[in-house]
Design a protein around this ligand. Structure first.
Ligand SMILES: NC(=O)c1ccc[n+]([C@@H]2O[C@H](COP(=O)([O-])OP(=O)(O)OC[C@H]3O[C@@H](n4cnc5c(N)ncnc54)[C@H](O)[C@@H]3O)[C@@H](O)[C@H]2O)c1
Length: 263
């Protein structure tokens, strides 16, 4: 990942879901722009791999295992960042999950699970980080929402509901923290080629018999700019929102969708 001219030197970032996909790309980009990165993921080995990749590229990073649905884990993650790096300037609430089922067949615990990871996780990690950011006189909280939070995807009512909730949460928290120096924003990626998307295509195959390649082709055909959003496209906006170029932005839900979402 190239440094694109923004400096995040001496900034400390904590990124959940940093072991794969979009989270890994965000970690790499933050490292390339000079931030010290705590890569947090439930999959510790993957988080360690991301941290090693940052260090191999000349950056500074370490890994921590976290289940974002667990308050003690969230607190331990923030404590580790402070212990190792002395502060927390940036919190990326990026960990998320997605499953596919028509509503009548959706098990009740899928609803609870997706809200626990995609929403409660965002709440718990922010709750743990905010006292530290207030002590420092400011910070940035950046949440990974989705165009699913502004649009409508059949067989993903639970996922769409969580991402709409993240957008609402972002706006309300931005208002609540307006006098603290903490800016709160989220971004809404469109169709990103990641493990999550491949799992979605496989789930559609298991439900409806549509070959994964066919689903992927159809999803790509819906993107006005014509290609998949890459994790690096998302990481560029993640760096921008962290930077002073976004100093007057708070409570925003920024689309990164190749034009697929325009509201
Ligand atoms: N892939 C897409 O098209 C797309 C589009 C819009 C938004 N998003 C969102 O972007 C974020 C990242 O998605 P991705 O495509 O990189 O997915 P991914 O599955 O490739 O990566 C998600 C990461 O989160 C981690 N994770 C899952 N549950 C966790 C938990 N309880 N605690 C800690 N870590 C946990 C996983 O181990 C994994 O490393 C998610 O919030 C997702 O909803 C994805």
């Amino acid at each position: 990942m190239l440094n694109k001219g923004i400096s995040l030197k001496d900034q400390v970032a904590v990124v959940t879901g940093g072991g794969a996909g979009i989270g890994r790309a965000i970690c790499m980009a933050l490292g390339a722009h000079g931030a010290k990165v705590l890569v947090a993921d439930m999959a510790l080995q993957n988080a360690e791999e991301t941290a090693s990749m940052i260090c191999a590229a000349g950056g500074q990073a370490t890994a921590v295992q976290v289940d974002v649905t667990n308050a003690a884990d969230a607190q331990a993650m923030i404590d580790k960042a402070v212990r190792l790096f002395g502060r927390v300037d940036l919190l990326y609430n990026n960990a998320g999950i997605c499953t596919v089922s028509e509503i009548e067949k959706m098990p009740e615990d899928w609803w609870d699970k997706i809200f626990a990871v995609n929403c409660k996780g965002v709440f718990l990690c922010s709750k743990a980080a905010i006292p530290q950011m207030k002590k420092q006189g400011g910070g940035r909280i950046i949440n990974t929402a989705s165009q699913a939070g502004k649009g409508a995807i059949p067989k993903q009512v639970h996922y769409c509901a969580t991402k709409a909730a993240v957008i609402g949460y972002t706006r309300a928290l931005a208002m609540e923290l307006k006098d603290t120096g903490i800016r709160v924003n989220c971004f809404c990626p469109g169709s990103v080629m990641s493990d999550m998307t491949l799992r979605e295509a496989q789930a559609v195959y298991e439900l409806d018999g549509i070959e994964p390649e066919q689903s992927l082709k159809a999803w790509q055909a819906d993107i006005p700019l014509g290609r998949w959003v890459t994790p690096e496209d998302v990481a560029d906006i993640a760096v921008f929102l962290a930077s002073d170029y976004a100093a007057y932005m708070t409570g925003q839900a920024v689309n990164i969708s190749g034009g697929q979402t325009m509201n």
